[in-house]
Design a protein around this ligand. Structure first.
Ligand SMILES: Cc1ncc(COP(=O)(O)O)c(C=O)c1O
Length: 454
């Protein structure tokens, strides 16, 4: 049976973010079940998940309360659309809960099914806002190099990572304006972090002048840039971005798809970095991956215009506002609150992660380690050992490190970590012991076996 599942997948499944010919040759890796912070493969191996799925499984796998809530909602109301003013108790209760955990300026919500469509919905809201106000020329969106905002066609254009557009060769260059990334390690040094922040702000100001504020609808950013490696913003960066947006009458869209629901040690990343977005996009941790659901929280300024509008809000996805998704999200937030998971991230997990990353960071192949809440990054820099090693050698050893770690029973993606907020102390200790060993193996191999230089 197992062999046949393997074969069916190998022959007929086009996997996302995979090289098809390679999967066809090697076959898939099948995960059969998961519990807490641990995955179990079809052949019974145990893997500690230091990626929390795709940075979405905030409360860990197989939480009984969430599973029961999904079951009950499915039995009560397996589907109900929310068009033309129709509603249902599950979505109303979720709205009530979201408004309670957000600042008082957010009292209007719209729903989607993924982070990507919610990003596009937030952009639509911004464009619609300016059209209603008689400023249709405000149609450009500023997003940042190296930021990931999703994979639908427009969200791919908002994503500042070219590989996501290259395969289909269609861009929205007239509408998307690229600002700088907050990647200090690779783009800021030798400036201090404070000098780097000043440069980012000065260049953003210049960019707004160049494009013309009268043409710019919104600035889109995730509080911590998580495309590629977790990039922490320098102090004062976000308050300054907000100041520029206010000064130039540009809406600020906060992409909380990753940072939302506790991962930074606050419920939302904008609270950790001290800024006030006009629109907040949430997905992933909203349901911890138990059901596909996303939302846009619409701040007073935009809501005041939208909710008085007398023309059609012509936006819909069949499954937006799905009752099961809403019930799951509600139970998920209840679990986060009941178990004090946000405080646990701030008081327990972040200090532990910081310490453990610092220990890995003693390896000379590591240029920098960073973390905020449960999000962490390991910046490989083989050039510190021998300047003949270029960036591609560092990338290769980073990938090898992830592979060796996986073979030893720990999953992480490309040098980034996202702990499930429920991971136990024992699991964390075990996982980092393994990471230490995997690092030694990968770096020793790279040096002794002649890593690619370049
Ligand atoms: C910051 C950010 N925004 C948006 C998205 C898109 O979310 P989804 O994959 O649910 O469409 C992602 C997905 O990884 C993300 O990390």
């Amino acid at each position: 049976m197992r062999t046949s599942l393997f074969e069916v997948d190998r022959r007929m499944h086009l996997h996302p973010m995979a090289i098809p010919a390679r999967v066809a040759e090697e076959g898939p890796s099948i995960i059969a079940r998961a519990e807490g912070a641990t995955l179990f493969t079809a052949t019974g191996e145990r893997i500690i998940d230091l990626s929390a799925g795709l940075s979405n499984v905030n409360i860990g796998y197989a939480n009984a309360q969430v599973c029961d809530a999904a079951h009950a909602a499915m039995k009560a109301l397996s589907f109900c659309h929310t068009l033309h003013g129709r509603s249902h108790p599950q979505i109303i209760e979720l709205i009530d809960k979201l408004s309670a955990i957000m600042p008082a300026s957010f009292r209007c919500f719209a729903f989607g099914v993924s982070g990507s469509d919610a990003i596009e919905l937030a952009v639509k809201m911004a464009l619609w806002h300016w059209r209603i106000l008689g400023k249709p020329a405000k149609r450009k969106i500023i997003s940042r190099r190296k930021s990931y905002h999703g994979n639908t066609i427009f969200a791919s254009s908002l994503t500042g990572i070219p590989v996501y557009r290259e395969m289909f060769g269609l861009t929205f260059d007239d509408h998307v304006v690229e600002a700088d990334s907050t990647d200090w390690y690779n783009e800021g040094r030798p400036l201090s972090r404070a000098e780097f922040a000043q440069r980012l702000v000065d260049r953003l100001d210049a960019l707004i002048m160049r494009e013309g504020a009268e043409n710019i609808a919104a600035f889109l950013g995730d509080p911590i840039q998580t495309g590629g490696l977790v990039q922490l913003p320098p102090d004062d960066y976000w308050p300054e971005v907000e100041r520029l947006c206010r000064q130039h009458d540009i809406l600020l869209i906060g992409d909380e798809v990753i940072s939302g629901f506790g991962k930074t040690g606050r419920m939302f990343g904008f609270e950790s970095f001290d800024f006030a977005p006009d629109l907040v996009v949430m997905a992933k941790g909203l349901s911890s991956g138990y059901f596909p659901i996303s939302a846009v929280a619409i701040g007073d300024r935009v809501a005041a215009v939208a909710q008085k509008e007398n023309s059609l809000f012509a936006h819909v996805l069949t499954n937006c506002g799905h009752p099961v998704g809403a019930a799951v999200a509600l139970a998920n937030i209840d679990v986060i609150e009941k178990h004090g998971l946000v405080a646990r991230v701030a008081d327990e997990l972040e200090p532990l992660l910081r310490l453990k990353l610092a220990m890995l960071g003693r390896n000379p192949a590591i240029g920098e380690v960073r973390c905020c809440g449960v999000l962490g990054a390991i910046e490989f820099d083989l050039g510190r050992i021998d300047p003949a090693f270029g960036p591609s050698a560092s990338e290769a050893v980073r990938d090898r490190f992830s592979q060796v770690a996986l073979d030893m029973g720990v999953y992480l993606r490309a040098g980034t970590i996202c702990l499930p907020m429920t991971i136990t102390r024992e699991e964390l200790d075990e996982a980092f012991d393994i990471l230490g060993n995997a690092l030694d193996v990968a770096v020793t191999e790279a040096i002794t076996n002649g890593a690619r230089r370049g």
